[in-house]
Design a protein around this ligand. Structure first.
Ligand SMILES: [Fe+2]
Ligand SMILES: [Fe+2]
Length: 277
């Protein structure tokens, strides 16, 4: 679904207020997002699949998973590990006050808070399987990649961050599809995976558009060029993704032009793209 009305960054600001309600940086609070979580908590969903917490915890700390893990376990590990990369980046940006202060444009506060909620959205996926949220640093290369994105001067960094957001969209979309397929025999679990991942995807598509809108045409070309490179890096750094999605399939998808229509076609949320990368 595409919004009518204001376009570009102006339109994106209106969309964010429509989607998220009031933003409160101090309490890390988006009014509508809290309502959304309230709805989840009021309707708990629990998978009946036996998931071994010990195996999960052990593999969360491993760079490569132990051989012979089920696809379900790999999916949960990939979810937990993407969560760690998000959390690491958001935490750094917040610690350095990147989106704080009088001169910070309102959408930056929204974007930071949305990224915060992604950690929670992914944690709720794990929660359906009785798995706790844990803090584990992402692998070395991912940490350096995240730091590069957080600390690079904004004018140079916007195309980098934008390409990272594009690659993130593909990872979340692929994992969403894998999760829905894996748990098809537990329809409410599959539906909730779809819901939680779709929320993230809706936000990330918005972030892509926001970055693209801040880019010159030459920078947008850099975004498009870097995006498959970053996508492959994310997949390599999260070994579970490579085991879940064949590298040929992922490569083929990343080699095609970034397709927002395809990404958003089955999202039930309103989505907004301030500019196409
Ligand atoms: Fe995110
Ligand atoms: Fe993002």
């Amino acid at each position: 679904m595409t919004a009518v009305g204001a376009v570009g960054i102006e339109g994106y600001r209106e969309f964010l207020v429509r989607r998220d309600g009031d933003a409160d940086l101090l309490h890390r609070h988006l009014a509508s997002r809290e309502e959304f979580f309230g709805g989840l908590v009021a309707n708990p969903v629990r998978s009946t699949r036996p998931i071994d917490r010990g195996v999960f915890a052990r593999n969360l700390h491993r760079r490569r998973p132990e051989p012979g893990l089920s696809r379900e376990m790999l999916f949960l590990l990939a979810t937990a590990k993407l969560n760690q990369a998000e959390r690491f980046g958001v935490g750094l940006g917040e610690t350095y006050g990147h989106n704080s202060g009088e001169d910070a444009p309102p959408e930056r506060v929204y974007i930071e808070l949305e990224e915060h909620y992604h950690t929670r959205l992914l944690a709720y996926v794990l929660d359906m399987f009785g798995l706790p949220f844990q803090v584990v640093p992402p692998p070395f290369v991912m940490r350096q990649f995240v730091k590069l994105n957080v600390f690079i001067p904004e004018r140079i960094g916007i195309a980098f961050v934008g390409a990272g957001e594009m690659a993130g969209c593909i990872m979340f979309d692929e994992l969403r599809r894998v999760g829905v397929e894996l748990f098809a025999d537990e329809p409410d679990v599959a539906a909730r995976i779809e819901r939680l991942y779709s929320e993230i995807l809706t936000d990330e598509v918005g972030h892509v558009g926001y970055c693209a809108a801040g880019c010159t045409p030459a920078e947008r070309a850099i975004m498009r060029k870097l995006y498959p490179v970053f996508g492959r890096l994310f997949a390599r750094q999260t070994a579970e993704i490579n085991l879940l999605i064949s590298s040929e399939k992922l490569r083929a998808r990343l080699d095609r032009p970034f397709n927002v229509e395809e990404l958003t076609a089955d999202l039930k949320n309103e989505t907004f793209l301030a500019a196409h990368p």
